[in-house]
Design a protein around this ligand. Structure first.
Ligand code: ZN
Length: 100
């Protein structure tokens, strides 16, 4: 698998971690050892997970009383993994907060 160099997500490429330091000070970034970079795998297509049978979607419902919706009220929809790979997503309902 091909690897690529990416900007260190901990120090944002500086090599120095500022999170726990007083203003004007930093510590060596432990994630990249001060280089400012890390490596990651180059995406080369979605990987099949042969052990999966279903993908579960938890869809929160709108609560007409609240603007943001009530996250406690939800429904679950299981999509067969093969159908998921083919692009199938849960059928939307009127009171769904999320749409897939
Ligand atoms: Zn770093």
């Amino acid at each position: 698998m091909a690897t690529i160099e990416i900007v260190c997500t901990q120090c944002h490429g500086t090599g120095v971690d500022r999170d726990a330091s007083p203003e004007g000070y930093g510590t060596l970034c432990k994630k990249c050892q001060g280089t400012g970079k890390t490596t990651d795998e180059l995406f080369a297509g979605r990987v099949d997970a042969e052990d999966l049978r279903f993908v579960r979607f938890t869809i929160h419902k709108k609560d007409p009383e609240k603007k943001g919706g009530d996250l406690l009220d939800f429904r679950q929809v299981d999509i067969p993994y093969g159908d998921f790979l083919a692009g199938k997503r849960p059928e939307p309902k009127e009171d769904d907060l999320e749409k897939y």
